[in-house]
Design a protein around this ligand. Structure first.
Ligand SMILES: Cc1cc2nc3c(=O)[nH]c(=O)nc-3n(C[C@H](O)[C@H](O)[C@H](O)COP(=O)(O)OP(=O)(O)OC[C@H]3O[C@@H](n4cnc5c(N)ncnc54)[C@H](O)[C@@H]3O)c2cc1C
Length: 847
């Protein structure tokens, strides 16, 4: 029995790479009275960290994951546990060769060294590889391996020697106590009060779950949910390999990811580790992970199921026949190892929405563990991690996304895509449809091609609009390359042009709708919004939400419906995060309730020059410009319904968002549809709303342009005055306004789409922006320039890109280039700042 403290400022559960990193960073940030608990012995308590292959590839298409990996690698280097080995991804198919080129171009955007190599060049660095099996490879020289157990020990010991930490090995958490006494910041599960361990109880108000694959089990002890599932990843170790007999240290040859087979080969001393993501998805219930006593090896090293591995091994042998086929070598170790998978592949970090003081830092790999530990510690300390990790925010999930059925379905679907060629627009197949709006059947009958957003089925375009193609001939910017025409249709561009000519009806049911009400409602919204919220009833305000460091935390509109009632409308994907953020930031003593009313309201968007004549056919209310100005909302009687009409636009046209109770949405759709026919109304999808219409107007999107890495000044979104009232991030924002911006968000247009083969190519986003010398542009804060959004601008006849450029390069008319699939395409800075490319004076909106 350990001698345990009876009280702690925070109890951290799990001493894998994540828990150790977290206590290290908390201690560095000044936290004391920390307790780290693990049911296993140190230094290898039996979690996934103890048997990882421990390699790190620096490249990821997600900027967040790339930055977390970069930070982690730096930390491993500082701890002296990183060995650079270099690493390949090799291609067996032409399609993969293109994908590798894409990865090399993406690497350039983040200044990650990468180059394409011929099979012979690959063999020069990996002399035991049969180059006849491959078409080529991408080489990443900064790939390396780490000693993650040693790193954990060093970090833990650092926190101990700082006098900040008590470590309790061999101590199991048996329960997490909560109090639901009204002091839990409105959480359904109240707040944490204590943890119960096999060695006694510890009182605490903060408990952090860093339990890898066990995390859902721990969360459930407190009545919370963590959306991850354990899943098997098979790995074997083959040895002794004669060729490795005399090589020094742990690794002398580059790691090889045989990505077309979903496998990797990594030298480990005298052995070769071979890992596979090619086998069937094997989901394991967190409750059925064996205890330390029951486990043959460790709880996360389940018995190997040979049949699942054999087919891939045979193919892997082709690549390295001499090594893996060496008869003197045998399989010395083989496991069904456990890793965590989440529905979207990202970690799960943050305070749980259900229980105050209960945090999750889960679903991290070795490669991003220390970075995640640091980010979580910063978040717990100041509320704003330096790296923007909102894509990992635990509160990003809607209730259905937390269900076991959803988590396991998406984990199963995602598992074999681990090394897959995944298109940026690729849609999930499992669990659909889940959320459908009232016009769903009508839309399906119109040939809607549905994409999913936050579980909602949203039309992306309508096949019934195909006849528009002929009408718009010559202005559609058709794409011949398969990659760019995948998950796209020229009908999107035709819908866009038709909207600009007449009007379009767009289903926006996926909006998240939050009501803030009560005597303190104004104070509550004022405290989170940058914009002045003390406005007349009936005003609609577009505003950013900032974190304490002045980074973007949200981007939404707020309607003032009454003296004491505001309605917040935000994106479906960010709705739960915004809900938690706003709820958490209701000032103490402020009498305001924040409620999610998303499922009560459906929204239809009606935009285009003929929108008013259509609306007028179903209402007798005054919706003229004089009667209802831009930026206002009011309830109108229309087609026998009471409709909340909000006159704003994300597509740059006259029009309205029309809100009715969910069950009345079908009737509103029908009324608008019928009224619109004489005016040429068409249904239009989110392809227009989210891309073409938006980009022509230079409207910024949260997560693309609006992230924690840039600020309101750089995004060109400052207002002339800063409101007198305090709000989250105000001090940082005031200081940002004092500095000249290091980067400026610009609209670029592609000058020439012809690739070296003569085919016209249309970049999709993420491409590096290059200066005349071919180097990626970098601002004075070290941030590289990359395309944050890309898409057609059919009305301006240009392919439009948004990108932050160093201030000195943000000059209209400046010629630059982007790299796409290894080739350079000339681009021009069309707009520096936020002036729209289309209708710069906004005449079409304010009429
Ligand atoms: C075969 C294999 C190879 C891998 N190779 C790589 C690789 O090359 N690169 C890479 O980046 N990642 C790799 N990974 C993934 C990586 O190992 C994990 O993602 C990572 O180790 C997770 O770290 P963690 O700290 O979150 O969890 P863990 O290391 O699993 O730690 C969780 C801890 O929580 C403790 N715990 C659980 N329940 C309780 C309780 N009730 N009370 C007290 N303590 C509890 C456990 O004992 C455990 O020590 C690999 C995984 C596998 C399976």
């Amino acid at each position: 029995m350990n001698d345990i403290p009876t009280r702690a400022r925070a109890v951290i559960i799990g001493a894998g790479i994540v828990g150790n990193s977290l206590v290290y960073h908390l201690a560095k940030l000044g936290w004391r009275d920390l307790v780290l608990v693990d049911k296993g012995p140190m230094p290898n308590p039996g979690g996934s960290t103890g048997h990882a292959s421990n390699f790190i590839y620096p490249i990821d298409y997600s900027k967040m994951m790339m930055e977390l990996t970069r930070d982690s690698t730096e930390q491993y280097k500082q701890l002296g546990v990183f060995t650079e080995s270099g690493g390949f991804e090799v291609a067996r198919t032409p399609e993969r060769m293109v994908e590798l080129q894409r990865r090399c171009s993406a690497s350039k955007a983040w200044e990650i060294p990468a180059e394409m190599m011929t099979p012979v060049q690959v063999r020069e660095l990996v002399p035991f590889l049969d180059e006849s099996v491959i078409l080529g490879g991408a080489y990443f020289p900064t790939v390396g391996v780490v000693d993650s157990l040693r790193a954990g020990t060093l970090m833990r010991e650092h926190a101990q020697s700082a006098g900040a930490l008590t470590v309790l090995p061999n101590t199991e958490i048996l329960g997490i106590d909560t109090a639901n006494d009204g002091t839990g910041a409105g959480r359904s599960g109240g707040r944490v009060t204590a943890v119960r361990t096999s060695a006694g109880d510890i009182e605490t108000e903060m408990c952090v779950i860093c339990c890898g694959v066990w995390s859902p089990r721990l969360a459930r002890m407190a009545g919370a949910r963590i959306a991850l599932t354990p899943i098997v990843h098979q790995m074997i170790s083959v040895g002794p390999i004669a060729k490795f007999a005399d090589t020094p240290g742990e690794i002398s040859y580059p790691i090889v990811r045989d990505v077309d087979l979903n496998m990797y080969e990594r030298q480990h001393g005298g052995d070769m580790e071979v890992g596979s993501y090619a086998h069937r998805p094997m989901i394991v219930n967190a409750d059925s992970i064996p205890s330390i006593e029951q486990a043959v090896l460790s709880p996360t090293e389940l018995p190997f199921t040979q049949d699942d591995f054999d087919p891939q091994l045979a193919e892997a042998l082709e690549l390295m026949p001499d090594l893996l086929g060496d008869e003197r070598a045998g399989i010395r170790y083989a496991i069904n190892g456990l890793i965590s998978m989440t529905p979207d592949g990202h970690p799960v970090i943050g305070e749980t929405p259900e229980v105050a003081g209960l945090w999750s830092v889960a679903a991290s790999w070795i490669k991003e563990g220390p970075g995640i530990g640091r980010a979580a510690a910063e978040w717990m300390t100041s509320g704003a991690p330096e790296i923007d990790i909102h894509e990992s925010d635990i509160s990003r999930f809607w209730p259905h996304q937390l269900t076991t059925a959803h988590v396991t379905a998406r984990a199963s679907e995602g598992f074999n895509k681990m090394y897959g060629i995944v298109h940026p627009g690729e849609q999930w197949e499992s669990g659909r449809p889940t959320r459908v709006g009232p016009a769903y059947d009508r839309e399906r009958d119109l040939g809607a091609v549905f994409y999913e957003a936050a579980g909602w089925e949203r039309p992306h375009w309508y096949e019934s609009n195909a006849p528009l193609l002929e009408r718009c001939e010559g202005r559609l910017m058709p794409r011949t390359a398969e990659w760019e025409s995948r998950w796209w249709s020229p009908i999107i561009n035709a819908e866009h042009l038709a909207m600009r000519e007449s009007a379009a009806l767009i289903d926006l049911t996926a909006f998240a709708v939050l009501d803030v009400s009560g005597p303190g409602a104004l104070a509550a919204v004022q405290h989170v919004a940058v914009a002045q919220m003390d406005v007349a009833i009936g005003r609609v305000i577009y505003t950013s939400l900032l974190d304490e460091a002045g980074g973007f935390r949200g981007d939404l509109t707020i309607m003032r419906l009454a003296t004491d009632r505001f309605r917040i409308v935000t994106g479906g994907a960010t709705g739960p995060m915004d809900l938690k953020w706003i709820t958490d930031h209701v000032p103490a003593g402020c009498n305001a309730a924040v409620s999610d009313v998303t499922s009560a309201w459906t929204t239809l968007g009606l935009w285009g020059p003929r929108a008013r004549e259509i609306l007028t056919r179903i209402t007798s209310e005054d919706v003229s410009h004089a009667g209802m100005a831009f930026g206002t909302c009011k309830e109108i009687e229309a087609c026998g319904l009471t409709v909340l009409a909000s006159r704003i636009s994300y597509v740059g046209e006259l029009g309205w968002e029309l809100y009715v109770p969910m069950e009345e949405g079908g009737k509103l759709w029908d009324a608008l549809w019928d009224a619109g026919q004489p005016s040429g109304l068409i249904p239009a999808g989110i392809g227009v709303y989210g891309t073409t219409g938006r980009l022509e107007k230079g409207y910024r999107a949260f997560g693309n342009e609006l992230t924690g890495d840039f600020n309101l000044v750089e995004a060109g979104m400052t207002r002339p005055k800063v409101k007198a009232q305090d709000f989250v991030g105000k001090a940082a924002y005031l200081s940002q306004r004092e500095q000249p911006p290091a980067a400026v968000l610009c609209t670029l247009t592609v000058d020439d789409h012809a690739s070296s083969s003569g085919e016209l190519r249309y970049p999709l986003g993420g491409e590096p922006v290059l200066g005349p010398d071919g180097a990626v542009l970098t601002d004075s804060r070290g941030r590289t320039s990359y395309v944050t959004s890309a898409g057609s601008g059919p009305s301006v006849g240009k392919h439009i890109l948004l990108a932050y450029l160093p201030a000195g390069e943000a000059v209209e008319g400046r010629s630059l280039a982007i790299e796409y699939l290894g080739e350079r395409y000339p681009v021009t800075v069309a707009v520096a700042g936020s002036t729209p490319l289309f209708d710069p004076a906004n005449d079409r909106i304010r009429c």
